[in-house]
Design a protein around this ligand. Structure first.
Ligand code: NAD
Ligand code: IPM
Ligand code: MN
Length: 355
């Protein structure tokens, strides 16, 4: 049966990099993949056209699709929007509506890029870390939240870092299941030394491990120490489980270990059988948008993750990932990787290797 991929190009470099992912999808469709690619407006582009960063109709279409692939949202044009009508608010709304609570962010150093990292080759060669970031809870969503003016004229900004045991356990379960397909090792990061929600995180993750995953080697690390360890000796990690905010920060940090933020894809998944949301971890890159120089690899690799986790075609995911790797081996480089190729030329290089 033909599956549906909803494409949400978004803003800035989002449309530039998803155009390349679309070409990769088109090649596989021409070779027999039963996939229909549809489009919808999202982010600033949707604010401009429809007044809101995501419409109810687009949310309904996302939930009805087999997978959703987005580019990126946000940018200087929309910073004066009311806070809850910004492009980024639309993204949080979509993640919540799709209930995609487990965000897989693989930080892999492709062989050809071992010298593109800001760390020396000996630290990053062969690096292959999987982050499992909680995506629909924590301080991103906790109540109360807002900005208020107090009686004495002071202004107060409030966000609430909150997790329930079931929110922690479902993402920890996703991490343990994934660990069983890797090295049976999980390092969980929080700040349980200063935050009760972090302490609960540690206790619930440990309890689930003890009850149902005794084969998994679990250790806990304070998130500040992990930031340091990721630079000191990143290859000590195989799978990192962490919350929404720490996962956001630590995965951007790990991106640079692989050579560029433009290399890192992600998959956000929820309960079995529900559609996943696939997106590069980078943003709309306003500093380079419109110039046709963005690295499309993260978008292509995000499509590969959609093939693997939502479209039942791990075989094609392997082929797409191998094509990116082979293009890099052949010297294909956008400027973020020290090269001079355009976004489209990088796409051509990957398509040439895809065959
Ligand atoms: P960013 O990720 O957009 O850019 C950070 C730096 O990385 C920039 O120098 C940029 O040029 C570079 N970069 C990012 N992706 C690249 C690529 N594919 N190829 C080459 N270079 C690349 O982060 P930012 O500048 O902090 O944020 C810009 C906007 O994007 C903000 O509005 C932010 O909220 C939004 N954002 C959106 C998402 C998303 O949609 N998932 C993610 C992060 C940030
Ligand atoms: C990401 C982004 C988003 C996040 C923003 C744009 C909402 O930084 O996907 O990494 O913080 O989750
Ligand atoms: Mn981020």
């Amino acid at each position: 049966m033909t599956k549906t991929l909803l494409l949400l190009p978004g803003d800035g470099i989002g449309p530039e990099v998803t155009a390349v992912a679309r070409r990769v999808a088109g090649r596989l469709i021409a070779q027999g993949l039963a996939l229909q690619v549809e489009d919808a407006l999202f982010g600033g582009a949707a604010i401009d056209a429809e007044g809101a960063p995501i419409s109810d109709e687009t949310i309904a279409r996302a939930k009805a699709a087999d997978a959703v692939l987005m580019g990126a949202v946000g940018g200087p044009a929309w910073v004066d929007q009311p806070f809850d009508n910004r492009p980024e608010a639309g993204l949080l709304k979509l993640r919540a509506a799709m209930n995609v609570y487990a965000n897989l962010r693989p930080a892999r150093c492709f062989a050809a890029l071992a010298d593109a990292s800001s760390l020396k080759r000996i630290f990053v060669e062969g690096l292959d870390i999987m982050f499992v970031r909680e995506l629909t809870g924590g301080v991103y969503f906790g109540e109360p939240r807002g900005i208020e003016t107090l009686e004495n004229g002071e202004r107060r900004g409030v966000n609430t870092h909150v997790y329930t045991s079931s929110e922690i356990r479902r993402v920890a379960r996703a991490a343990f299941e994934l660990a069983r397909t890797r090295k049976n090792e999980v390092v969980s990061a929080e700040k349980g030394n200063v935050m009760e929600a972090g302490l609960l995180w540690r206790e619930e993750v440990q309890a689930l491990r003890d009850a149902e995953y005794p084969d998994i080697k679990l250790s806990h690390m304070l998130a500040d120490n992990m930031a340091m360890q990721l630079v000191k000796n990143p290859r000590q990690f195989d799978l990192i489980l962490t919350d929404n905010l720490f996962g956001d920060i630590l995965s951007d940090q790990a991106a640079m270990l692989t050579g560029s933020l433009g290399m890192l894809p992600s998959a956000a998944i929820g309960d079995a059988g529900k559609p996943g949301l696939y997106e590069p971890i980078h943003g709309s890159a306003p500093d380079i948008a419109g110039r046709g120089v963005a690295n499309p690899s993260a978008a292509i690799l995000s499509f590969a993750m959609a093939l693997r986790y939502s479209l039942g075609r791990a075989d094609l995911a392997d082929r797409v990932e191998a094509a990116v790797s082979a293009a890099l081996d052949a010297g294909a480089r956008t400027p973020d990787l020290g090269g001079t190729m355009s976004t489209a030329a990088m796409g051509d290089a990957v398509l040439a290797k895809l065959g």
